[in-house]
Write a protein that binds this ligand. Sequence first.
Ligand code: NAP
Length: 333
Amino acid sequence: MNRQITLAARPSGLPTESDFRLVESDIPSPGPGEVLVRTLYLSIDPYMRGRMNDAKSYAAPVQIGQVMVGGTVSRVEKSNDPGFQPGDLVAANSGWQDYALAKPRELRKLDPMQAPITTALGVLGHIGLTAYFGLIDVCDPKPGETVVVSGAAGAVGSAAGQIAKILGCRVVGIAGSDAKIRYLLNELKFDAAFNYKTTADYRAALAEHCPKGVDVYFDNVGGPVTDAVLFNLNVHARVSICGQISQYNAAKPETGPRLLGLLILCRAKVQGFLVSDYAPRFGEGLRQLSAWFREGRLSYRETIAEGLENAPRAFIGMLEGANLGKQLVKIAM
Ligand code: NAP
């Protein structure tokens, strides 16, 4: 049987496990030119929260009763395409289920001799590419500049901070636990970091940790953390709006202080981006990320839940900050 996790109800606020349903169906048979893949690892990502809403966005919502969307590392089980053989390991978009059909163009072959296969869902996949283009292309950081990263101990944030270090910047991370702060300082060698959950005055903490002001801000979270960073921007600062996870569970848009006037005085550039915009340059990004990875300059952490049935809990945990680095679910060996 094929086990699938479908959307059972649209959440209001933080999702609960009852918003998901585990169902069983037959394992599908590949048609002409199709490939049957078995999920080994499922990627758990913040964007999935947006897909649970019935809101018009750049991507279609998951409908009630549909399988939750998601990137996977999978193994080819049956293939009606000459380019894929049973046993091949691939990056796919199978969603929250054991088995799925795929078209060959939707699959990327993985070589486990080059890097652990789970990196295809993390630092050597869309996560690393998001950090790479969101930092370098949007912000053009220069050696010696101060770069602040929010959500810094998560998958994208930890990659973005390390890339900024590689580029010779002074890197300051913001994250939500003391263990995460120790990881940033001791393992990733960030220059400074603070726990926003135990800090009363973010603006003062940033002023203390960024004595020369903030030249580049890589924003994963939005909300009050981002408000505080804006007060510390230097003239000609660049801000990359990668994510706004503090707002994803909000039933109504949060009304914050209106700070756009600050951007006039510091002539700052603020730009949102989607990693998919850079699809024509993914090859360039993956080559550079792989080179840094091989040289030991780009490391990663993973938080791995076990079993498809535990994917909803892992997803809710990630939204609450339970993950260090990339959140995955191991589905099969
Ligand atoms: P992640 O950072 O590995 O996991 C999410 C983290 O968000 C949690 O661990 C938690 O860490 C933090 N968080 C949750 N609620 C928060 C709040 N209210 N305030 C501050 N931090 C909060 O996830 P990721 O996959 O790397 O994604 C990071 C961000 O990048 C997300 O906003 C995501 O939407 C965005 N993203 C954008 C693109 C794009 O193309 N633009 C692509 C991929 C991801 P703490 O313990 O530190 O709170």
